[in-house]
Design a protein. Structure first.
Length: 99
């Protein structure tokens, strides 16, 4: 990680705003890949992919620990994000089946 040393509150807030913008863009990008994945699956149960979800959660928890970040925080964020994205993927899957 390349963290800039900020000298003022305003400078730190500007840096945080930039990170937030990047985070939202990355989440949107992830969601677009999730929608693509829906086209490779054959059932709603396959869309839910419980084993894959566990793998992703374990991976991000390990990464959080390696970055000295709370694995519980990352876990909770990812569980919420994945729950929403699975719903998006299910919708995409059902729409793809109509055509």
């Amino acid at each position: 990680m390349d963290i800039k040393q900020c000298n003022t509150l305003e400078e730190a807030r500007i840096a945080i705003d930039a990170v937030d913008k990047e985070l939202v863009t990355l989440i949107a990008t992830r969601n677009e890949y999730i929608k693509q994945i829906a086209h490779f699956k054959n059932s709603v149960e396959e869309v839910k992919a419980e084993d894959r979800i566990s793998e992703v959660i374990n991976n991000v928890r390990e990464q959080a620990i390696s970055l000295d970040l709370s694995p519980n925080l990352v876990n909770d964020l990812y569980v919420r994000m994945i729950d929403e994205m699975v719903e998006s993927e299910i919708s995409e899957f059902k729409n793809a089946q109509r055509f």
